[in-house]
Design a protein around this ligand. Structure first.
Ligand code: SF4
Length: 237
């Protein structure tokens, strides 16, 4: 048995292009729009781009304590290649929003240059970044100045012990400092993403932990933070 995934395929206005043609997919309406269109005619307009496989945390659901065998430099897209692929997405495939992710994008040395170049090429493109926020306190203002629009922070626990157990690093205070710095720099709304795990951090699920925290930091009323809890499978930041 074969399973056909509904991955978006590049397609021209007349329905031609890479992948299965419109005529080959039963039920596909004629006259597909240009861009990345899946077999049901849905158009993808978000591009998610991983800048690195490296990370400074070792979340138990993501990688082993000793880390992974990292990709060679040659195997990772250069800044020029990133700018080029985003340009292709925006100019030719209808991409209207960009999400930068990792690994942990903050560990990439040329991150500011990449964001500056992307912003220069696409002045109106919303560019967000998903991060674990370690080190963000020192970089948030620079990221904003470079052209980043907003930040998503992966944060699974506000309990120091649970955080350290989950990430194998005692960095909760660094993460919270990063969230504050992102907000102060104007990278809002700062969204928090949490992977809820039964018996580990599910007691912290909203409205309990986030409700208490946002009340304590006055951000619930100022739309500083919006929780996006997920029970979906783990993924890199
Ligand atoms: S889940 Fe994210 S923060 Fe955690 S180790 Fe993986 S990439 Fe790093």
């Amino acid at each position: 048995m074969s399973v056909q995934l509904g991955m978006p395929q590049p397609r021209a206005e007349d329905g031609s292009g890479a992948g299965t043609s419109a005529a080959q997919v039963p039920g596909r309406p004629a006259g597909m729009p240009a861009g990345l269109v899946d077999r049901y005619g849905r158009r993808a307009t978000d591009m998610r781009l991983s800048l690195t496989d490296k990370c400074n945390l070792r979340c138990t659901y993501c990688m082993p304590a000793e880390g992974l065998e990292w990709l060679s430099k040659q195997a990772v897209m250069s800044a020029e290649e990133i700018v080029r692929i985003v340009r292709i997405g925006v100019d030719m495939l209808g991409v209207r929003e960009l999400r930068l992710t990792g690994g942990e994008p903050l560990v990439r040395a040329d991150l500011m240059d990449i964001i500056s170049a992307l912003r220069h090429a696409h002045p109106d493109l919303p560019i967000s970044m998903t991060t674990n926020a370690v080190g963000l306190d020192k970089k948030a203002a620079g990221l904003k100045a470079a052209g980043l629009s907003r930040i998503n922070v992966s944060l699974d626990s506000l309990h120091e012990e649970t955080f350290t157990q989950l990430t194998r690093r005692p960095f909760l205070n660094k993460v919270l400092a990063g969230v504050d710095a992102a907000w102060a720099a104007g990278l809002g709304p700062v969204k928090l993403n949490a992977v809820l795990m039964r018996g580990i951090n599910d007691v912290e699920s909203p409205p309990c932990w986030l409700g208490r925290w946002t009340a304590a930091t006055s951000c619930a009323s100022s739309s500083r933070c919006r929780s996006t809890p997920t029970t979906a499978g783990p993924a890199g930041t």
